[in-house]
Design a protein around this ligand. Structure first.
Ligand code: UDP
Length: 239
């Protein structure tokens, strides 16, 4: 095996929808297991792994508030959805023999650990995958911002953002066959051209701390391991 990871500690951000497989809602256990295997393959190389999983497969604050629900309440429901996804990923990883901790921004001690930065760092040093749940703990934010925040706090070298496509394109590659993928793109260009990598607050937080974002396809089998070894196609967002 010649693949050597180019990173020591990383943040992996995946959307809740990535856990749906081809279903329309919620969790698709075989898909969760497939992603867990991808994570294990990287963990086996000795990479310290942080994860943030969204909640969009279960609940999004914005769609709740569009239907008349009070926005902050709807956002708390969205945060709770991310805890469910985190527990599903924990279960799948531990089934594969990978030790994990789910760490919630909103304390719920019977379910998972509260977020204590030094404790989380210690878990990483002990090779436990840390799954950060409940976003930032605040309404009006997204899990992309949570991933960026925790990546900074944990001194991750980069955020790996798994999506349905293998990078950042100038337009939607699923709609426009002539869409062009960026090999690299700056934070400012992402913001100015609304390239939809992550929301603007997440991009700004990454930019202000010089944290690279690597956008890659989660649908590619073995993709995560390759990307961490510096292979395969992706887009690097940088300063
Ligand atoms: N959310 C929030 N604060 C946070 C993170 C998430 O209020 O710090 C809520 C928000 O309502 C969001 C939902 O949780 O719509 C699910 O997160 P997100 O939309 O980021 O999930 P993804 O799109 O990645 O599946």
């Amino acid at each position: 095996d010649t693949q050597k990871p180019a990173f020591r500690r990383v943040m992996l951000k995946i959307s809740g929808e990535a856990l749906m497989g081809n279903t329309a809602f919620g969790l698709h256990p075989p898909t969760v297991e497939r992603i867990a295997r991808e994570v294990k393959s990287v963990h086996d190389l000795g990479v310290e792994i942080c994860m943030v999983i969204g909640g969009g497969n279960i609940f999004r604050g914005l769609s709740g508030s569009a239907q008349g629900m009070e926005r902050t309440t709807a956002d708390y429901m969205g945060m709770l959805a991310t805890v469910m996804n985190a527990l599903a990923m924990q279960s799948a990883l531990e089934e594969l023999g990978v030790f994990t901790r789910v760490i919630s921004a909103i304390p719920m001690d019977q379910v998972c650990e509260p977020y204590i930065r030094r404790r989380a760092v210690r878990h990483l040093e002990k090779q436990r995958v840390c799954i950060f749940a409940a976003g930032t703990g605040n309404p009006y934010f997204t899990t992309d911002t949570a991933a960026t925040l925790r990546a900074n706090e944990m001194s991750c070298e980069a955020i790996f953002k798994g999506t349905k496509v293998d990078g950042v394109y100038d337009k939607d590659p699923k709609k426009f066959p002539d869409a062009k993928r960026y090999e690299t793109v700056t934070y400012d260009e992402v913001l100015a051209k609304h390239l939809g990598v992550m929301d603007a607050s997440a991009i700004a937080l990454a930019r202000d701390n010089n944290l690279p974002i690597i956008v890659f396809s989660l649908d590619e089998p073995g993709g995560l391991r390759g990307i961490l070894a510096g292979e395969g196609t992706s887009t690097r967002v940088h300063g």
